[in-house]
Every structure is written in structure tokens, then in C-alpha cells.
Design a protein around this ligand. Sequence first.
Ligand SMILES: [Zn+2]
Length: 403
Amino acid sequence: MLAGPELIRAINKQRVLRLIRGAGPLSRADAAEATGLTRPTISAVVAELLDEGWVVEVGTGESSGGRPPILLRFNPRARLVVGAELSAGHVRAVLADLSGVVRHRVKHRVESTDPLAELARVEQAIRELLAAVPGESGPGAVAGIGLGITGMVSATAGLWRYSPHFAVHDLPAADLLTERLGVPVLIENDARAMAWGERSFGAARGVDNLAYIRVGVGIGAGLIIRGQLYGGAHEGAGEIGHTIVDDDGPLCACGSYGCLEAVASAPAIARRAVERIQQGAASTISDLSNGDLNKVIGTTVIEAAHAGDPLARETLLEAGRYLGLAIGNLINLFNPAMVVIGGGTGLAGDELLQPVIAVAMARALPALRERVQIVETALGEDSCPMGGAAMVIEELFRVPSVG
Ligand SMILES: [Zn+2]
């Protein structure tokens, strides 16, 4: 814990760095004027920032008489960050610079429900990333790792609390990976990390109130309220997949009936399409799965829909309508400026997005729907890893607080 002059120095340094990052290139005089710090303080702080590589000197600015001033620019390559995802299906990891430019990606399939085995897979993926960009990723080059994990996650305690897919209970995942990799690790719920990724680098840049809906094997929401991730009282906010959209609907994995997840998730879409085929409807889905309907998954239906298969399109339309109902309710509850649809099934395109928008807009209050945008993810599969990377970047530029 910093105190006294050291803390003041750290605060000044972060303020100047944030200023140059946000408003640069600018001169030392500009920095003094914008922060109210003295010229000697600015000079000392800038010398330190130059020495550590955070800023670079670039050319000269306009002279107001006398010698033209040297300008300072933020260096996005000063450090690298790692963002990662552990979902029920995949481990993904990216190595990015501080402006979110991805240098390398790694993807592996998740093969068990053992949380320790799959965290070891995350560790392996990160080691592969670091090995893939030699020279740039030596000791000290990677500032931190941000990991989005499926299930209930306490970001503040670094605990992976619970997941319906993995046999996990209050696992100290952040400490465990920090110890193994020797780099600080932050963890967050995956849907929340995705929301943060879209806000930092994707479809929702600069949007302070938004919901990211992840549609895949499960359905979850990441909520950002007033520019902050919202986790609720016990880190459980955003379980939109278990809001009821059909009172007489099918049994959900949670034990309830008619949850959104039971009618609009990837497995629900696959199941509904198969039911229709078994009832005698014709569809190219049978060919796509080589006649084995047990092999049909959500993406099989999406593929068939894209090729124009009427049954597949109808199935996505139905799922989209249920999603639209839930999103209409969410718009009425939270009044977001933007709703971003992502996840594996969320990438289905217009077959899913159009009914979502039509129903959500029909159900949301006119005053709220007029000003909300419902859009597809801009980051796709990178949403979660980029959210993890953005969490680390946010932490790097945080101004230390007094007391
Ligand atoms: Zn449920």
C-alpha cells in the first residue's frame, strides 16, 4: 500500500499517463496546464514514463514563439496483455497490445467437466501464446491476464464459485493461475467479460448503459450500468436465460419450466428442429448430420438456415421471438442504450436477429425502444478474450485512490 509522497507520485504519474493516452500527442506544457501540476513535477513524471516506455517523444508541435515544444504520445506497445475465455465448449486466448490490436490467438476444445483440468488447459493456451510471439513476450512484457469463465464468478475475491457445467465450488482460480504463470490474473463471469470487451473494443464503444446477451449452450447477460459492470449483490446478476418466456414451456436444466434457455439456446434449437423432423417434416438438416439426428447441434440448424432450409429458418425464427420477448423485458427493466447479441448462436445472422428486434421492439415501451439499438457482436468469438484483455488494461490505468 502506497502512502504519503509515494502515493502522490503514483497518482500524478497515472493522471499524466491517462491524459497523454486519452488526449495526446501533447507537450509537457499542455500536460501542466491540463493537470494543474507544476512544470518540474511534469518533467519528473514524464522522464519516468519515457524511461518505462509508456510514452514516446514524437516530433514537435506549434511554437507560440521560441523553441517548438516536443510532443508526447502514448505507446500502445509499452506492454502486452492476455485475454482468455473458459466456456463449456472452448478455451480461447489472445495476446493483444494496449490498444486492443491482437498479435496472436490460440483456441482449444474443452474436454472435461473437471475445473482443475480445464484451468490447466487455459494455462497451456497462455503459454502457447507467449511462446508464439518470442522476443516481445519476455519477462515483464505481459502486464496481466484477464479470464472470463462460465458460471458464477466473484471478480473481487478471484473465486470461481459455481457452474452448471463444471464440478466447481469456490475455486480460487485467479490465485491459482497467478501462481502458475507468474503474471497477475483477473477473473470475471464470461458474459460480463464479453460486455466489457464490446464496450472497450467492439460494437458498444463508449456506451455506458448496455446489455450483452450471450446465446450459446447457455444464455446469459452481461450488464454495464453507468460505465461499470453490474454483478448484483452476490455476483449472480444477468441470468436472463432463466427468465420465464413460456409458462407451459419445456423443462429447463435449472429445474424450472419455460425458461428462455430451454427454448432458445443452441441445444434447444437443435432439439426443436429434430422434433419437427421426427414428426415427418422435410429438412436438409438430416443430410447435414449424415442421417444421424443425434449429431444435430445448434450450428447444424444455423448452417441449414443459411442455405435456405425452411424448417431451420422457422426454428431460428421461433427462438428469435423468445429471445425478443426476454430482451423486451430487459429493455423495460434497465433502459439500456444498446443491446449486443453474441455467443455461438448469436452469430446466426439475420434469421435470428430480425425476429429478436421485431419482438423486442413490439414489447418494449415506446419511450424506451425509440432510443435503444439492438446489434450483433462486433468481436464475435473474440468478445470474451478481448473483454479479459480490456479488464487488465482498465486496471493498468486506474488512478490509485487515497485511503
Ligand atoms: Zn432455467
